[in-house]
Each structure stands twice: as structure tokens, then as C-alpha cells.
Design a protein around this ligand. Structure first.
Ligand SMILES: NC(=O)c1ccc[n+]([C@@H]2O[C@H](COP(=O)([O-])OP(=O)(O)OC[C@H]3O[C@@H](n4cnc5c(N)ncnc54)[C@H](OP(=O)(O)O)[C@@H]3O)[C@@H](O)[C@H]2O)c1
Length: 286
């Protein structure tokens, strides 16, 4: 029986994997929060792996605050790069296949066409640089990895763009949203299912893959669609801006080309608008 460790399990993607796991009664899952297993603590990692006979590790643990990372570079690199290096070494020692998540922010967005896995990386912000370093460490350490780069993750869980838009519109707050970046919103539930499908397949086609929902839009386009589908567009006070100031620079265009994931891993990349419908049904705003 496969025994699958999921780190960072109280995060957005971790919680979506918990839900998706219900469809896999033949797998044994071990979900650990940061409090239960801190991936920065190498002794705890060694001990935990030593006590369990894992077949796979899905690492969803990460430093994900793109804005704060600009002033917390050390923390971002400690979690997204150094801890990932240790985790990869321990996976190698214990013969555990690692499934790891990375980001479209490893690219600078100057290509103006969907990015393929072999395109040159050039992160514009600290978060992207720390995630890229994590990818590089894994690839230097061993071969049994899947790195899935994804983009603009959202779901019914945690703090994310979808929930912010719904909350602000419910409170009647004005929404001024940027048109300056183009990318693809990705339903974290779809990513969770994709990760489990890779494990089911027993695939040995290890490597770096791009996995996002299909299509592309801007953050403004995403907000507009959220309000349209949730029937709040008419009342919403929604405006565009092309001068939204942030600490972290972001790629202007970071659409990911999913062809490799589709052809080699047979993963389905549903259009983002279609996938949004399913998340909206599950999302509750208090
Ligand atoms: N969110 C996006 O838009 C996006 C886009 C592209 C790629 N990604 C990648 O997708 C993955 C999942 O992201 P997400 O949206 O699920 O992020 P998330 O909601 O922030 O979840 C990350 C989890 O990792 C935990 N964590 C942080 N440091 C840890 C440590 N040292 N040991 C163990 N756990 C730790 C966090 O706990 P605390 O909250 O207590 O710190 C949190 O529960 C990440 O690799 C992220 O880089 C995300």
C-alpha cells in the first residue's frame, strides 16, 4: 500500500489534498501541519521519515507571502530553498518520491507567449527566487521528483484572491483591480487531484512540469468573472487600474504551457472559468 506524506497540510493546497484523498481509500495518507512537522527542522524530518515507510511525499509547505518576502528574504529562502534541500536529501535517503510545487514567478514575464518547462528562468521577486532555488536543489540531489509549477492558486480555503473579492463585494467595498499582469487562475482542488493522479499512475516520468488551469486572463478579468458567476457584478463597485503599486515586482505575462503535463502525465487542465464554477459552489464567506 502506498503511504503518502503531505507536509504543510493546513495550507490551502494541503486542505484540498485532504478532500481529494477521500477518493483514494487504498492509499494511506499522513497529513502534517507546520506544528506537527516543521520542514526547517532537519532532525524532526529525519526522525519522522525514519519512523514511517513513506512511498511518496507531497510538499505543500512553503513561505507564500510574495509581498512580505521582499523584506523577509532570509525566511523565504530558509523555507523555500534550504528546507526543501533537506527534504529532498531525506527523500533520497529513504527512497521516497517527492512531489513539489513551484510557481510561474520563476519567470520574468517578458516572453509574451505561454512558458514551457525549458524556458529560461529569471525571477523578478524574492519569493520567485527562493522557489527557483528550491527547484534547483531538488534537481541537484536526486531524480525521483515531480516539480509542478502552478499559477494564481485559489480555492475555498485560506486567504486568496477569490475570497478577498467575494468578501469585499459582500461588504460593498470598492474594488480597484490591476490589468497589468496576465496569467491563469488555478483551482487548488484541480492541482490536488493532479498530484494524486501522478501517484496513482506510478509514473516514473520524473521532472519539471507546468500545471495550471487552461486559458488566461488578468487579475481584473478574474475579479470580473468571480463577480459575474457569483451574481454580484451589477452591484459591485469594480474599477480597473494599470498603476497598482506593490513591493514585489511581478511578471507581466506568466501563462504556463501545460502540454507536457497533458501529454506525458495525462493530466487534464480544465479552463479556468469552468473550474471557478466548482469552487464558487464550495465557498462560504462569513
Ligand atoms: N498561492 C498561490 O497563488 C501559489 C501560486 C503558485 C505556486 N504556489 C505554491 O503552491 C504551494 C501551496 O501553496 P498554498 O497556496 O497552499 O500556500 P499556503 O496556503 O500558504 O500553505 C503553505 C503552508 O505551509 C506551511 N508552512 C510554512 N512554513 C513551514 C514549515 N517550515 N514547515 C511546515 N509547514 C510550513 C504554512 O503554515 P503557516 O501558514 O502556519 O506558516 C501553510 O500552512 C506552495 O509551494 C506555493 O509556493 C502557490
Amino acid at each position: 500500500m502506498k503511504k503518502i506524506l503531505v507536509t504543510g497540510a493546513n495550507g490551502q493546497l494541503g486542505r484540498c489534498i485532504r478532500d481529494a484523498a477521500a477518493d483514494y481509500p487504498d492509499f494511506e495518507f499522513v497529513f502534517v501541519s507546520k506544528e506537527e512537522l516543521d520542514i526547517e527542522n532537519i532532525a524532526s524530518l529525519k526522525d519522522f521519515f525514519g519512523k514511517n515507510n513513506f512511498s511518496n511525499c507531497i510538499n505543500t509547505a512553503a513561505y507564500t507571502n510574495v509581498e512580505k518576502a521582499e523584506s523577509e528574504q532570509e525566511r523565504a529562502f530558509a523555507i523555500n530553498a534550504e528546507a526543501v534541500k533537506n527534504l529532498a536529501s531525506i527523500c533520497k535517503e529513504n527512497d521516497v518520491a517527492l512531489l513539489h510545487i513551484s510557481t510561474d514567478y520563476v519567470f520574468d514575464g517578458k516572453k509574451k507567449a505561454a512558458y514551457v518547462e525549458t524556458d529560461a528562468t529569471c525571477p523578478l521577486n524574492v519569493y520567485g527566487a527562493s522557489k527557483l532555488k528550491g527547484e534547483q536543489f531538488i534537481q541537484e540531489i536526486f531524480d525521483r521528483f515531480f516539480i509542478l509549477r502552478t499559477s494564481w492558486l485559489y480555492s475555498q480555503y485560506g486567504h486568496n484572491f477569490l475570497k478577498t473579492i467575494l468578501k469585499h463585494s459582500k461588504e460593498g467595498k470598492p474594488l480597484t483591480i490591476t490589468t497589468e499582469q496576465t496569467g491563469t487562475p488555478t483551482n487548488a482542488n484541480d492541482l490536488a487531484k493532479a498530484l494524486l493522479q501522478i501517484i496513482v499512475q506510478d509514473s516514473t516520468n520524473y521532472g519539471v512540469y507546468h500545471f495550471s488551469n487552461g486559458g488566461e486572463t488578468t487579475w481584473f478579468g478574474f475579479a470580473e468573472e468571480i463577480l459575474l458567476q457569483s451574481k454580484n457584478l451589477k452591484e459591485a463597485n469594480l474599477a480597473k487600474t494599470n498603476q497598482y503599486r506593490t513591493f514585489a515586482a511581478r511578471p507581466e505575462y506568466s501563462v504556463l504551457d501545460n502540454t507536457k503535463a497533458h501529454t506525458i502525465l495525462k493530466l487534464k487542465c480544465i479552463n479556468w472559468r469552468e473550474s471557478l464554477k466548482t469552487v464558487l459552489k464550495k465557498t462560504v464567506i462569513n
